[in-house]
Design a protein around this ligand. Structure first.
Ligand code: COA
Length: 208
């Protein structure tokens, strides 16, 4: 069983490991600006929730590859040039009964925004999920107050499939809820699928 490693530039995706954890508390800090656009209408992450996420990520990072779910639910986004943690990608079931997965992309470090990191992370993550499942489609949900997230998918061939007008009314503002999706055949027409075999897990290597 291998650890997942999807190479890209300027970012790559990696299975969580303990070396990535030291920067996580600072990156999850509730005062960071990423909380303003990452589903802010669901409520801002508290310090206790951030600490709990660090703890759960630590548990995940400690698991040998053989005990990790395939396809992975979450991967770390690392800056290729430096190897430092800058974000994460994830997915959840919108409807497991009908095999409908929804993606999440988060570049925690605001100094990296607008430099192609989000687009590359979404490209690698979408490719990984199409390569490791037989999903017919993938999508993500965002809102009109997050033009960067909308532009990121469009650049890669995601199309706007749904716009729920004025569905996000909170904190004195009103925004549309927006869903962008891509079909498998549309994706493979534009992008190659990655090798998802990854790296051997050092914890599972035996001598000789
Ligand atoms: C949204 C996010 C993933 C986008 O990633 P990014 O690395 O900043 O975006 P990229 O540099 O890949 O840019 C992709 C496109 O979006 C455009 N874009 C980026 N930010 C933008 C903004 N604030 N307004 C308008 N367009 C923007 C870029 O111009 C680029 O298009 P171009 O190449 O044609 O110029 C990232 O900013 C992020 O994680 N933000 C905080 C958390 C979040 O909002 N996550 C998504 C929740 S749904």
């Amino acid at each position: 069983m291998n650890l997942v490693r999807i190479d890209g530039d300027p970012v790559c995706l990696r299975d969580w490991n303990s070396a990535l954890l030291s920067d996580l508390p600072d990156l999850l800090d509730p005062t960071r600006p990423w909380h303003d656009t990452n589903g802010p209408y669901f409520g801002r992450m508290t310090e206790a929730e951030a600490a709990e996420q660090v703890r759960r990520t630590g548990e995940l990072a400690a698991l040998p590859a053989i005990e990790r779910e395939t396809p992975r639910r979450r991967l770390a986004v690392m800056e290729t040039a430096t190897g430092r943690l800058v974000g994460e990608v994830s997915w959840y079931w919108e409807s497991q009964e009908t095999d409908w997965r929804r993606l999440g992309v988060l570049i925690y470090d605001e100094t990296c925004w607008g430099r192609g990191y989000g687009t590359e992370a979404l490209r690698l993550w979408t490719g990984y999920l199409f390569a490791s499942t037989d999903a017919l489609r993938l999508d993500y949900a965002t809102f009109s107050g997050n033009p960067g997230m909308i532009a990121t998918g469009r650049k890669l061939g995601f199309v706007e499939e749904g716009r729920f007008r004025r569905a996000r009314r909170w904190a004195g503002g009103v925004h549309d809820s927006v869903v962008l999706g891509v079909l498998r055949e549309e994706w493979v027409e534009r992008h190659s699928l990655p090798d998802v075999d990854g790296w051997p897990d050092p914890k599972e290597c035996t001598e000789g």
